[in-house]
Design a protein. Structure first.
Length: 232
């Protein structure tokens, strides 16, 4: 997760906590960074005008003094639960953290009666979540895709062989319920599909990607479509 996105997610988390607040240690664990980084982020948010309070000592922490406002949202309880279920099922998908933060923001501005009905209906939907790739790995892949920079990955193949590869990210793809990074592998000089769950480590380099495009991936299966609304 890039710093700008982390700052936004951090402010949203503090806003949802209300008067309860969060410790710096909890925030650091949530975003996969050090306590020092969290405190630096909180200082930056305060400097930008976000009304953050701090309370020292046992039971202390950080919170937001005033709830940010959003325009009214009109969703039926079933629509809200559908969003919750979709985000929960796709917790291993690219940008899943941002999607979850967006849904939480929507739920926060529902009227009390609708929110109560959402909670009741959501209680009737169970999801057996799979183990998801580490947040740091997903964040690095997302950043590399967004900025179109080479990402260096440590990849464990199906036979257990471990290699370090420099990959030019082309697209993310989902098939068979599993997510892949599809990119130009500089080690093999060819397009390769990397199962994200098998990427042990990922780091964004300063090297920009070349001219490899989606057309090099090949034709998608007839059942595949893009994530664009109404995508085909």
């Amino acid at each position: 997760m890039r710093r700008a996105e982390r700052l936004h997610a951090l402010s949203e988390m503090l806003r949802r906590q209300g008067t309860r607040g969060c410790t710096a240690e909890h925030l650091a664990a949530e975003f996969g960074v050090s306590v020092r980084t969290v405190k630096r982020d909180l200082t930056s948010l305060t400097a930008s005008g976000v009304p953050i309070w701090s309370r020292p000592g046992p039971g202390g922490g950080y919170g937001m003094a005033a709830r940010a406002s959003l325009p009214p949202v009109s969703l039926s309880p079933a629509q809200a639960v559908a969003l919750l279920a979709a985000v929960s099922v796709a917790s291993d998908a690219p940008y899943a953290d941002l999607a979850a933060a967006g849904v939480a923001k929507i739920l926060d501005v529902l009227d009390p009666r609708t929110r109560a009905r959402v909670d009741e209906l959501a209680h009737r939907v169970w999801i057996d979540r799979r183990e998801t790739p580490r947040r740091a790995v997903r964040s690095a892949l997302e950043r590399a895709m967004d900025e179109q920079r080479v990402v260096r990955i440590r990849y464990v193949a199906g036979d257990g062989d471990v290699t370090t590869r420099d990959v030019e990210p082309i697209m993310f793809g989902s098939t068979g319920g599993r997510w892949y990074l599809i990119g130009w592998c500089r080690l093999r000089s060819d397009v390769r599909w990397f199962l994200i769950a098998r990427i042990e480590h990922a780091g964004v380099t300063a090297t920009p990607c070349g001219a490899h495009g989606i057309d090099e991936v090949g034709d998608p299966p007839p059942t595949a479509r893009s994530a664009q609304p109404g995508g085909a």
